[in-house]
Design a protein around this ligand. Structure first.
Ligand code: HMG
Ligand code: MG
Length: 313
């Protein structure tokens, strides 16, 4: 797209809420399972179509997700469960996949990386080995008609290796897509991307995978996530991951802060006239609920401003 040229944005964006997983996996205090379940239910009631509920990973590696079985079972059997809402869960290997299926999962996510060192630190194996494990998960999932979402971490930069070649990211994204992932989410794990580097990365990925099968997963460490989303919308990306109240980070990416806040994303999309199906009032209440529990205000600037305005502050 040439400078000054106006692209037609998508009419509708699908938001994948990742706060209960990507957010809470990084909280120092263990959040009780009932609080997680209440948060997930409030997020569903706010109109979010997909909520990543938990991760079936090793509790020795990520103790915060040690209650994955209890959380997923409670969410799926709740009388408040809303039809049509997806609850994907992370499954790094067949052990995690089998446990997720046992708990009733109907959608899982595999998570690879464009960076070799990050792969080792995060899931204790090389990128090549991870792809073999993921292929086994995808095969098992397809036999059970379970949908699989793919993630690529460190799509523009790695906390250990620095800048990542867009062609490398695009290759991992294509490999996950060709394997059978219905969508590949592109993770700027340490939030170091800017609209220029994100655009280069996205153009490389869209050359390998149809753009309607890609999603943006941008952390807000440097305050660039909303700008990166805007740049991605200009290229036609229409699925974004975000985290209520801006919770989160990654335990294996030191200094990584939360994902773009869902409240900020919805404020942006509402302002652009792009439909999301999300009710801002309910979303704010869900953010206040978890923020009260964590004992700090929401990291979302939009939430802070809207709440202050509503309370006459
Ligand atoms: P490992 O130690 O290499 O695994 O860990 P292993 O196969 O050698 O097994 C060792 C032990 O772990 C055994 O137990 C296994 O049973 C157990 P033991 O005999 O010692 O008692 N084990 C498991 N337990 C529960 N669930 C499992 C599982 N697999 C093995 N699935 C492993 C490999 C992948 C398990 C480990 O490295 C791990 O759990 N890592 C955590 C990764 C993680 O959750 N990272 C954060 C999420 S990724 C992220 O945040 C990025 C993202 O948001 C996108 C972005 O922002 O870029 C998605
Ligand atoms: Mg993340």
């Amino acid at each position: 797209m040439k400078r000054g040229e106006h692209m037609r944005f998508p009419d509708r964006v699908r938001i994948v809420e990742v706060g209960p997983r990507d957010g809470l996996q990084n909280e120092k205090q263990l959040v009780p399972s009932e609080v997680k379940v209440e948060l997930i239910e409030r997020l569903a009631e706010a109109g979010l179509p997909a909520i990543e509920a938990t991760a079936f990973v090793s509790p020795k590696w990520v103790p915060q997700m040690g209650d994955s079985d209890a959380v997923l079972r409670a969410v799926l059997s709740s009388p408040r469960r809303r039809p049509g809402v997806a609850f994907p869960v992370l499954t790094p290997n067949l052990k995690g996949f089998d446990a997720a299926v046992e708990a009733g999962a109907t959608e899982v996510a595999i998570f690879g990386a464009a960076s070799e060192t990050f792969s080792q630190k995060n899931i204790n194996c090389s990128v090549a080995e991870s792809l073999k494990r993921f292929a086994a998960v995808v095969d098992a999932a397809s036999a059970l008609e379970i949908r699989v979402r793919g993630y690529v971490s460190c799509v523009v930069a790695c906390p250990y290796e620095g800048a990542v070649d867009p062609a490398r990211t695009a290759w991992v994204a294509k490999t996950l897509y060709d394997m059978g992932c219905y969508e590949v989410s592109l993770g700027d794990t340490i939030g170091a991307g800017t609209p220029a580097s994100v655009r280069r990365m996205l153009e490389a990925c869209a050359g390998q995978v149809p753009i309607e099968r890609l999603a943006g997963h941008y952390h807000d460490t440097y305050g660039m996530a909303i700008a990166n989303i805007y740049a991605s919308l200009e290229l036609g990306l229409a699925v974004f991951d975000s985290s209520i109240a801006g919770l989160g980070g990654c335990p294996y990416a030191v200094g990584a802060s939360g994902n773009v806040a869902t409240e900020d994303l919805v404020f942006l999309l509402d302002g652009l006239g792009i439909e999301t199906g999300v009710d801002m009032d309910r979303l704010l209440a869900a953010g206040q609920f978890i923020s009260r529990h964590l004992g700090r205000p929401p990291a979302s600037r939009a939430a802070q401003a809207l709440l202050a305005k509503r309370s006459g502050g």
